[in-house]
Design a protein around this ligand. Structure first.
Ligand code: MN
Length: 287
């Protein structure tokens, strides 16, 4: 079976705007090479918000060169962007936004959720684009829970919601630019989970709730297990009812030049991104 290479966790939280209490589990500053094409995983919450009439979240900001994938577990998020995309996603829904050549967007708690208050929990992934696709047009895929294919795992271990990729011939919901899997796993306690992944894929497992045992290593809530590349299956035991996200993908093997919300391949492209943003070429959010 694939062995755990290492376990990654956040060493402290921070707030993104006033809406997202985030633990950055990994970013392009640390292990993006090991988990390519994934660049970042921010885990927001779980956090209880009191009702408010204020707008909580993060205002207009740019991205270029990658995709942001927002998976909502509790609460609701509203988004608007300069490419005309927008909408509200709630528990179980996913927003797959391709920043490509450039987008400006805002991310807030939905007005309704803010007014009601309640528990909030969300994962945001940044997925790198291959060099040839970094300047593609911006795109917004709003994927409702009901559109996400579900498959049963062997041995009554639980179910996988296929947000992206392919499991045993069933295609995931999102269109992607490179070969990758994002599976939301809802697992029962005391089960052995076996997942067949292409041997060339990087693979990691982020546990939101519960815990799993991989060989000698225990992976607890808010921890990411990064697996060694091998042609063996990924195998682990659930010690509790577990909610987890499996990430795997064909590594891009391209240089990363990143700063803040821009992820390019060279320093020159990075500086160009900043100039293009500052000169207004990313457009604006329609009023
Ligand atoms: Mn953003």
């Amino acid at each position: 079976m694939r062995q755990v290479a290492f376990i990654k966790r956040s060493d402290g939280g921070h707030w993104v705007g006033d809406g997202f209490p985030v633990r950055t589990i990994f970013s392009y500053n640390d292990i993006a090479g090991e988990v390519s094409p994934f660049l970042l995983l921010d885990y927001a919450g779980p956090h209880h918000f009191e009702p408010t009439t204020q707008k909580r979240g993060v205002g207009a900001h740019p991205h270029r060169g990658f995709e942001t994938v927002t998976i909502v577990y509790e609460g609701a998020v509203s988004h608007r962007d300069s490419a005309g995309g927008g909408g509200t996603i709630g528990a179980g829904d996913v927003q797959w936004m391709t920043a490509g050549a450039g987008v400006i967007h805002e991310e807030f708690h939905s007005e309704d959720f803010a007014r009601r208050g309640g528990d909030f929990e969300m994962v945001q992934l940044w997925v790198n684009l291959p060099a040839k696709d970094k300047m593609t047009g911006a795109r917004y895929q709003s994927i409702a829970d009901a559109q996400i294919p579900r498959v049963s795992l062997p041995g009554e271990a639980g179910t996988a919601r296929l947000i992206a990729g392919e499991y045993d011939g069933t295609r995931g919901a999102a269109e992607t630019f490179s070969e990758l899997n994002v599976w939301d796993l809802r697992l029962r306690a005391g089960k052995t989970v076996l997942l067949a992944l292409p041997p060339t894929h990087t693979a990691s497992l982020f546990v939101l709730r519960g815990a799993v045992q991989v060989g000698e290593k225990r992976v607890a809530a808010a921890e990411l297990a990064v697996f060694e590349n091998s042609d063996a299956q990924l195998q682990f035991q659930t010690t509790d009812d577990t909610l987890a996200v499996l990430l795997s993908g064909e590594p891009l093997n391209e240089p990363i030049a990143a700063h803040g919300p821009f992820v390019m391949n060279s320093r020159e492209e990075l500086l160009q991104a900043m100039r293009d943003y500052q000169s207004g070429q990313f457009g604006r959010i329609p009023q």
